[in-house]
Design a protein around this ligand. Structure first.
Ligand SMILES: [Zn+2]
Length: 188
């Protein structure tokens, strides 16, 4: 259930649709905001949810500051030799990929592709993004954002970025679990 809900959450904050028995239930960003205000959600997870689903710019700033802190702590612990400038770039990169969502190039963020055969128009799920509409940045763009040379990026940063993205995935799992607990009744 929780993964299903995650795919149904609309990062643009407009609505979160669920099509189940009896039709479609749309979650608005207000429903999500209300769910977030109840119970205990770890602060960084709260910032992530507010930034991603409620278009809360203040929360986005707080999340970026938290990620920057996390990057600096990890760089000390794991001996990543980076400057403050690199760390800021990596924080921006994480925000771009995980909070603001990069548009899938193949379907331009729609999640499906139009096909025309003869006079019939049809659409099919975009395979590139698996229907999510979300894309990723190229390694070249990532390296440029982080202000790290591309060769260095290839050598060290695939793994390190994965590590940081896993951390954000964990925050996201907290959010989904929390919203399930707070809003689950809407489906029952
Ligand atoms: Zn796509």
């Amino acid at each position: 259930m929780s993964e299903f809900l995650l795919t149904k959450m609309n990062p643009k904050g407009a609505s979160w649709e669920f099509s189940g028995r009896g039709g479609v239930v749309a979650f608005t960003q207000y429903d999500i905001a209300a769910a977030l205000s109840f119970g205990a959600l770890p602060l960084p997870a709260y910032y992530l949810a507010r930034a991603k689903y409620c278009e809360d710019h203040q929360a986005a700033e707080s999340l970026r500051a938290h990620l920057l802190d996390k990057i600096e702590k990890e760089s000390l612990q794991q001996d990543w030799k980076i400057t403050k400038d690199n760390a800021c770039g990596i924080a921006d990169l994480l925000m771009a990929e995980s909070v603001f969502d990069i548009q899938c190039k193949a379907c331009k963020g729609l999640g499906y592709l139009y096909e025309k055969s003869g006079s019939i128009n049809s659409s099919r799920r975009c395979e590139k993004c698996n229907g999510s509409g979300v894309g990723v940045l190229s390694q070249r763009k990532r390296a440029a954002m982080a202000k790290i040379a591309l060769t260095t990026w290839h050598r060290h940063w695939n793994e390190r970025l994965d590590f940081l993205m896993c951390y954000i995935k964990e925050l996201e799992e907290h959010v989904v679990k929390h919203i399930n607990e707070q809003c689950g009744h809407k489906y029952n």
